[in-house]
Ligand binder design. Structure first.
Ligand SMILES: Cc1ncc(COP(=O)(O)O)c(C=O)c1O
Length: 397
């Protein structure tokens, strides 16, 4: 994929304004595949003048849910909306405004924001720096009579420890909402990530494996939940102009669904290319193990790679900023490894947490970065990344 530019999977790369500015990168962070099939569907939708939610959205929902062996898909405007609507559907199960949802302290800030947007309070739990995911040992201490759900995030496509999380949820009668925004195609103990919890939310933003450019989708096996989600994305409407829930305006349109359908057709190709890249870098970074923590793929799982995280080990003789400045100067695009939402995002200061409350999440943020391993990056570019890291380490020897 990516290198084969012709035939039915012919791609057109779209660059956002930000990406365009970074066009000089030798190893860019993100990409988006717009297939020939998608372009045909876009043209058809435009010609029909039916561009708001219609048959392509429905087809996209069905095909996306089928990828995971799940019965229903509800497509929305963004991954954040997917998270927020999934939370808001808990009101149909007796939740009240202000109830609590457990989330990892480390994630893209959208996870915490969505919980607030739905009217709940996020209760944060620290992560493990080796997995980037919620630490199951710390969950139970944070459960209160107001807890309604656990929302694990499978960060960077690394599955959270779902066996432990499911057992805790069952014991305390909590729902599980998987934030699988970054984990399309990941597997855990033979099960697909996204098919384990009560609901799973995916981002379809341009950086992800299946993209609609902007977009999101929730999948679930529960018919009533799917019905509630459909209502929630459309102002809480049921039937004709009856408003039963406090809803959102979060519909997907036909053009976005057309791009998504094109991506589903090449899902396995994209996933294979990303897995090849991820596993290649994991292997190559083994020789830097003294310096960096990177994700591993354990025997019981398959990563659904979003990006490649690099965390400096304690005691190395350089800072994250020095490392990042060097690789960026050599054309390797990077992003910070997110933040501890409660203690490193100023927007969460009102919650009253203090630095040090989530040491692992804070460590990942202070010492971590992530770089692209998407389908348009080839092995030559990955070898280049390795040589850049080698060169950097020589400057520190
Ligand atoms: C873990 C996580 N959750 C939620 C989101 C929100 O998705 P979106 O940007 O589509 O709103 C993202 C974004 O990629 C994410 O990484």
């Amino acid at each position: 994929m990516g290198q084969k530019e012709s035939g039915e999977h012919a791609e057109m790369k779209i660059q956002s304004g930000q990406e365009a500015k970074k066009a000089g990168y030798k190893v860019p962070f993100g990409t988006v595949s717009i297939t020939a099939q998608a372009r045909t569907l876009i043209d058809t939708a435009l010609e029909s003048r039916w561009v708001t939610k219609g048959k392509y959205v429905k087809e996209f929902e069905e095909q996306f849910a089928a990828l995971f062996g799940v019965r229903y898909g509800v497509a929305v405007s963004s991954g954040t909306d997917a998270d927020a609507l999934a939370c808001a559907s808990l009101y149909d199960h007796g939740a009240r405004r202000g109830d609590e949802i457990i989330v990892p302290a480390l994630s893209f800030v959208a996870t915490g924001n969505a919980v607030f947007q739905a009217g709940f309070t996020p209760v944060f739990v620290d992560v493990k720096r080796t997995t980037l995911n919620i630490d199951p040992d710390l969950i139970e201490a944070r459960i209160t009579p107001r807890t309604r759900a656990i929302m694990p995030v499978h960060l960077m496509g690394k599955p959270a420890e779902m066996d432990r999380i499911c057992a805790i949820a069952k014991k305390h009668q909590l729902k599980i909402i998987e934030d699988a925004a970054e984990a399309h195609g990941a597997e855990y103990r033979g099960r697909k990530i996204g098919a384990i919890g009560d609901m799973a939310c995916f981002s379809l933003y341009a950086a992800h494996i299946v993209t609609t450019i902007e977009g999101g989708i929730i999948i679930t096996d529960c018919e009533n939940t799917a019905e509630a989600l459909r209502s929630l994305r459309n102002h809480g409407m049921t039937g004709k102009f009856t408003f039963e829930r406090i809803g959102f305006s979060a519909k997907m349109n036909e053009i976005e669904a057309a791009v998504g359908l094109g991506n589903i057709a090449i899902f396995q190709d994209i996933l294979n290319a990303r897995r090849r890249n991820m596993l290649y870098l994991i292997e190559k970074f083994a020789r830097f193990d003294r310096f960096f923590i990177t994700l591993k793929e354990e025997a019981h799982e398959k990563l659904g790679p979003h990006a490649f995280s690099i965390i400096l080990r304690e005691g190395v003789n350089f800072s994250k900023d020095e490392f990042v400045a060097y690789i960026e100067s050599r054309g390797v695009d990077s992003r910070n490894l997110f933040y501890s939402m409660p203690t490193q995002c100023p927007s969460y200061a009102f919650l009253g947490y203090k630095l040090g409350d989530f040491p692992e999440a804070e460590y990942c943020s202070d010492h971590g970065t992530h770089i692209g391993i998407h389908q348009d990056i080839d092995i030559g570019q990955l070898d280049y990344v390795v040589s850049v890291v080698d060169d950097f380490l020589k400057t520190r020897a």
